[in-house]
Write a protein that binds this ligand. Sequence first.
Ligand code: ADP
Length: 499
Amino acid sequence: MAAAKHITRQANNLIGGKWVRARTRHTFEDRNPANAGDLVGVFPASGAHDVADAVAAAKEAFQSWRLVPAPKRAEILFRAGELLTARKEQYARDMTREMGKVLIESRSDVQEAIDTAFYMAGEGRRLFGQTTPSELPNKFAMSVRAPVGVCGMITPWNFPMAIPSWKLFPALVCGNTCVIKPAEDTPLSALHLVETLIDAGLPKGVVNIVFGFGPEAGAPLVEHPDVTAISFTGSSEVGRWVGQTAAACMKPCSLEMGGKNAMIVMEDANLELAVEGALWGAFGTTGQRCTATSRILLHKKIARPFTQQLVERAGRLRVGDGLKKDVQMGPQVNEQQIETSRRYVEIALWEGATLLTGGKRLQGKAHAPGCFFAPTILSGVLPTMRIAQEEVFGPVVTLLQFDSLEQAIEIANSVSYGLSASIYTRDVNRGYQAMRDLETGIVYINAPTIGAEVHLPFGGVKQTGNGHREGGIGALDFYTTWKSVYVDYSDRLQRAQID
Ligand code: ADP
């Protein structure tokens, strides 16, 4: 394993079953955020012509893939799940090396892809439609799921294998073909996923991968007329453009964007459990999850002891290279993210917040070559401050206070996002009230705002997305279209609503 650390992967695009260089002949580097001197890989920086080639390959492959029986398509996913299981450790190490999160989290990212493979493979023998009585005699009515065609996928770097798997696996079992453009910070993990599918027996052209940057390689995928559906996960800014562009072409489009997730801690909560949850929710994945706990709303009665414990524990978190055994929090993914965290701390202080711990880049001997930012806690935050409204996507958490559950829910709901929320309480009535009134796509009771499981719908309300869901059977609704079929065996003309 130690030797693998220094290998630099040279990769190409996969188009129509062939590994090809980008027509642009340009490349980009994939570097380790814990150690800028470690070159993880060199990947093609593709352009519109490469995307067009990939879409043409996917379009051609669709004509045969859609006719492969779904249980047979599913067998390939089962095999992919088995291969991922066998390769889990190697893929997790490479993932930590390319994006920084600690090894147990990279393992869980690969595990999520494994879970999704098996879950979606199971759908190969379901993909249920409906049968329903016809209003006319001797007539049969049913609705069946049909694939949508060529699906374009644009993915972020924070879950470099899990998120591509949430998109690819349901799309494939439903009979679609795919072109994926993974994030430029994490091309290797997406490559591993696609290589696994090929090794599992996926026919040529069914999945194509085009590496590169957003404007050059992502935008042409969204705009291409032969891409019949687009699934995007990333920033609100880019997501808005993707949604508008897809709408202009009448393309179904699934958007999953930001969050500003609140954890409510009631006065009757198990405080130790809540502190533990807050640490995991706020600093797991270095705060770089769209579901990260970024606002902790504290009942005034417990605010002081909770804050003391949280600050003390956060100050003790071991920050470093995620491949090292005792490290609890890895680096941020790149310099730009570090700068965002730094700037938001500056904004918060300017707005009147108090810095309780962290707030700066870590540059000691152990941290110098990497993008490390200290776990940061800000108190004295008011709900209307920018630091309480805008997504940071770094290890920066804010503390706010409230007097009643109603007020806490109002604060929790007072942001433009609606992805995830949580409440710590031992009062079942208040738990249910929060479950009903929190305006988010995901609610946790006595757990932090992170930790989705693949067989439940994942996504949010308000500016978090545009109403679609990944995970669970919600994903099938995006990757299929309903076809209603009427079979008349009466041997005469029967007119609906007339006869
Ligand atoms: P982040 O700031 O977290 O990197 P982005 O929205 O910039 O989020 O990136 C998410 C994905 O969207 C990446 O794969 C990126 O390359 C892609 N992307 C960025 N800009 C565009 C664009 N203009 N068109 C299409 N895709 C884009």
